[in-house]
Design a protein around this ligand. Structure first.
Ligand code: SF4
Ligand code: SF4
Length: 424
């Protein structure tokens, strides 16, 4: 509800954003954006820079660029986490494979000529359970180098599926990981259903699996008006903030694009900073930088990864975000009324427990020794070279057996990469 009818508020309201309810059964919400929080719809970016980086240094998928540490994470999982991840990968494999070939499937229905089907698709997606649904151009500038040629259709349907509230509030924990990976599994199956629906309308649809991403998705979600980028590097959407999992379906259907929205998040994050202050790895930064043409808080990956891998996906930056915990409308209403960040400084919002280390309330952070952050870097072949070089530097030479082992491992990695490039 807007505060405009309530008379006295501390802050002037610049504009009010009206959004559909969290589900089809909920009323729409109104989010007041205070005068001092208003910036631009979407995100501050320099389009020429975004295009330049995309042409000259296309984004490389984390699956490839960070393959060495992704493999290493399996070595630090607890037994329970290891088994659960294996289970998830097995459940997910057919969904990823079906998504990969989904763009080749032929339409199953007849097109109604010149009919815009945006609202039909939106309604079906909401019925399936997606909490946020938006339409925009599939912007190839954000596509991964390995997937640029794979993307077939020009329109992007951006879909966010909410992750369970109570399980998420136990972060970091196995319970929260069940919610995290379980949401991906559910979403992967729902997307295939929605793609079938689009084919029944007479169009083509390509599912971009949330577990085999084709692009940096958040910029397109922002462009479609579904939220703004938070200081934690995650999409803050109106109802569940960053507590959702994102996927895209691209299509050739006749659709109308949504517009980006200013929810006031950029300025709000500058003032809030709860995720920055509470990150156990001290991986989040206070100041924004321009990164590949976009103004953002750039996460320090090497400080995050070891914490994520060791402590059940960490996710403290998701947990402590007031927009996740209370929803965007209550947070923005509270700011307009009081000038304060709802929950900031309270154990209720900021407290968390780290397995084996204990409870950390506001102002308290765990510490880790230097070796904890010492993880493999780069692609698998880069990491193999680094280790080989270290051996030579350490001993002055390597044995014939070690040389042979190096060549064999390199061969294995290169054949794995060619399978990946072929999309098999
Ligand atoms: S996942 Fe944990 S370590 Fe990584 S940025 Fe978030 S809070 Fe920090
Ligand atoms: S915790 Fe605060 S600063 Fe961090 S993303 Fe959420 S609103 Fe922004």
């Amino acid at each position: 509800m807007s505060l405009e009818g309530f008379g006295m508020t501390l802050k002037e309201i610049h504009h009010t954003v009206k959004r559909p309810g969290r589900t089809q059964d909920h009323d729409s919400v109104e989010i007041p954006v205070a005068e001092e929080l208003a910036t631009v719809p979407g995100i501050v970016k320099k389009d020429n820079d975004v295009a330049w980086y995309s042409r000259n240094y296309p984004i490389v998928s984390q699956n490839i660029e960070k393959a060495a540490d992704r493999e290493w994470t399996w070595t630090v999982y607890t037994g329970e986490m290891y088994e659960y991840r294996k289970h998830h990968d097995e459940v997910n494999k057919p969904l990823v494979e079906a998504a990969y070939v989904s763009g080749n499937k032929q339409p199953t229905g007849d097109v109604t000529p010149a009919k815009d089907v945006t609202e039909e698709i939106r309604e079906k997606a909401r019925k399936l359970g997606f909490g946020e649904v938006g339409f925009t151009k599939f912007d190839r500038k954000y596509a991964y180098k390995s997937k640029k040629a794979w993307v077939k259709y020009e329109h992007a349907i951006c879909l966010a599926l909410e992750q369970d509230y109570w399980q998420t509030q136990t972060i970091p924990s196995m319970e929260a990981e069940f919610a995290h990976f379980g949401t991906y599994e559910e979403e992967g199956a729902l997307a295939l259903d929605l793609a079938d629906f689009i084919r029944d309308l007479g169009y083509r649809a390509q599912v971009h699996s949330p577990n085999d991403n084709s692009a940096a998705y958040i910029p397109m979600f922002v462009e479609a008006g579904l939220g703004q980028l938070g200081a934690n590097g995650q999409l803050l959407s109106p109802h569940f903030g960053n507590r959702s999992r994102l996927l895209i379906i691209s299509t050739d259907a006749i659709v109308t694009y949504d517009d980006p929205v200013d929810y006031g998040i950029h300025k709000f994050c500058e003032m809030c900073q709860v995720c920055v202050n509470r990150c156990p790895g001290r991986a989040l930064v206070k100041e924004k930088v321009f990164w590949r043409g976009v103004e953002k808080h750039k996460l320090m990956y090497d400080r995050c990864r070891p914490v994520m891998a060791t402590y059940e996906g960490c996710g403290v930056c998701m947990l402590v975000c007031p927009v996740q915990r209370y929803g965007m409308a209550p947070v923005m209403e509270h700011f307009v009324e009081t000038g304060e960040v709802l929950g900031k400084g309270t154990d209720n919002l900021e407290g968390y427990e780290i397995r084996g280390k204990g409870y950390y309330g506001p102002g308290k952070l765990p510490s880790f020794n230097r070796e904890f952050f010492d993880i493999p870097h780069g692609t698998k072949d880069e990491w193999l070279f680094t280790q080989f070089k270290q051996k030579i530097e350490g001993k002055g030479k390597v044995s014939e057996d070690e040389k042979q082992e190096f060549v064999e491992k390199l061969g294995d990695i290169l054949s794995e990469e060619s399978i990946y490039d072929a999309g098999l």
